[in-house]
Design a protein around this ligand. Structure first.
Ligand code: GLY
Ligand code: MN
Ligand code: MN
Length: 432
């Protein structure tokens, strides 16, 4: 794919969207700040820098203090922060596939960057350097403008889809290497190292810390300790990679030969129902439909495999599926792992709450062409959630206690809504 052609269209779309938003909200110009570098309290150490996602959606330039100025009718300007400094690598500016999209200027201080924004009339600032922006006379983070930008960001351009696809190529290589390390009996830490090596990236390029779970640890949704030594019988790996600021978010659950065949059957069932849920993706219906269908399908598996002894109707009515599937079926994806705007009601703002009993569902929007989100159903054996039902005859406790040492299952793909259906960005590179 020719990134430079894709980027030309991308920046044209972004500028057009921003111009419409400025007109609707009464501003003459928009200044996007890349962000300031956080320093840990009472320390001189810094966490890895992450750009303001609104800045990152316009331009892949890394690092703090840069600013983009959008004025309707003009080419966007990028004012690059280029400090005089010998502590860090400060590569001189070099032309890249995206640079022709901007008029580019430089300043060697954060104040200098604001000074170079020039006279802009009534200008809105979006970013965290509110002191610098206020001193420059900009209107700070106006909500009406940000809501529209959040909404628009859910519709990915072809360039953004290509970035996600490139991230997926690396993520798939990482997953393949990690699965091999697991099957070779390696530890959670060694599996993490295999993922990073296979993906060919540093830890800074991970959109979120890897979740590497052997056996019972798979019941901890966001387990990060990497403590377990090897010889696991089950691996749940939730790991992604970023490319040009866009990250994939992929989960696979794999069984070693020593895994209980009943648990293996459960993994196969979740994989099958996950693909059926992906097949529901198309423009028009609400994403909530997919979440509720996930509950019905998971209920059918729990009853079908004898984990629950009551009927499917009773399982749904009594909310038993939430005991085994206690998170949302997915979320928007892009620059942020949980990309913004998933519960927004309209371009102007407002909230579309999740249905009662489903507080963790992060996407409640109607599916539209260009949305990218995850589909990530799971079945887990979480003792804290099972414990209140220990006296119930509806649960097959001997079987549950037999399966619980394997922790849980999640299968997660990243899916693009297309004009007539969907494109599964993950299975293209990681079929299973
Ligand atoms: N990796 C975090 C999530 O799946 O939402
Ligand atoms: Mn996810
Ligand atoms: Mn994930």
């Amino acid at each position: 794919m020719d990134l430079s052609r894709l980027f030309q269209d991308h920046i044209a779309t972004m500028t057009k969207r921003a111009s419409a938003t400025l007109a609707e909200t009464g501003f003459d110009a928009l200044v996007l700040g890349a962000g300031t570098q956080m320093v840990y309290y009472a320390d001189d150490m810094e966490p890895p820098f992450r750009s303001n996602p609104h800045f990152a959606s316009f331009c892949p330039l890394k690092g703090p203090h840069h600013a983009i100025v959008v004025k309707p009718g003009s080419k966007p300007r990028l004012i690059r922060w280029a400090p005089k400094d010998y502590w860090y690598e400060r590569a001189p500016f070099a032309a890249d596939f995206w640079t022709s999209g901007f008029e580019i200027d430089e300043a060697d201080t954060a104040e200098g960057v604001f000074k170079k924004t020039g006279a802009l009339g009534r200008a809105a600032f979006v970013g965290d350097d509110t002191a610098g922006a206020a001193a420059a006379g900009l209107t700070l983070n106006p909500e009406a403008l940000i809501k529209r930008m959040d909404w628009d960001r859910a519709i990915k351009t072809a360039y953004e889809v290509e970035c996600l696809s490139r991230a997926t190529v690396a993520g798939a290589k990482g997953h393949t290497a990690a699965r091999e390390a697991f099957l070779a009996g390696q530890s959670e830490l060694a599996i993490h190292h295999a993922f990073v090596k296979g993906a060919g990236c540093t830890d800074d390029a991970l959109p979120y810390p890897t979740i590497v779970c052997l056996d019972a640890k798979a019941a901890i949704l966001h387990y990060h300790a990497k403590r377990a030594t090897g010889s696991g019988r089950l691996l749940l790996l939730d790991a992604g990679v970023s490319d040009l600021g866009y990250g994939c978010d992929i989960t696979r659950t794999s069984a070693a030969p020593a895994c209980d065949p009943k648990f293996k059957a459960l993994i196969e069932a979740v994989d099958k129902l996950q693909l059926e849920l992906c097949a529901m993706v198309k423009p028009g219906p609400s994403y909530i439909d997919i979440h509720l269908e996930a509950h019905r399908k998971i209920g059918a598996v729990l009853v079908g495999q004898g984990i629950l002894k009551c009927s499917l109707e009773a399982t749904i009515e009594k909310g038993y599926t939430s005991v085994f599937f206690p998170h949302g079926v997915g979320h928007h994806l892009g620059i942020q792992v949980h990309d913004i705007g998933g519960r927004q009601k309209a371009r102007e703002g407002g909230v579309l709450p999740p249905p009662p009993g489903h507080p963790y569902l992060r996407n409640t929007r109607v599916m539209e062409t260009g949305h990218v989100f995850t589909i990530e159903p799971g079945i887990y054996f979480v003792e804290m959630l099972l414990e209140p039902f220990r006296g119930s005859q509806d649960f097959n406790w001997p079987l549950i206690d037999q399966l619980a040492p394997y922790g849980g299952i999640r299968v997660e793909d990243n899916v693009l809504v297309t004009a007539h259906g969907h494109r599964n960005l993950t299975r293209e590179h990681l079929p299973n």
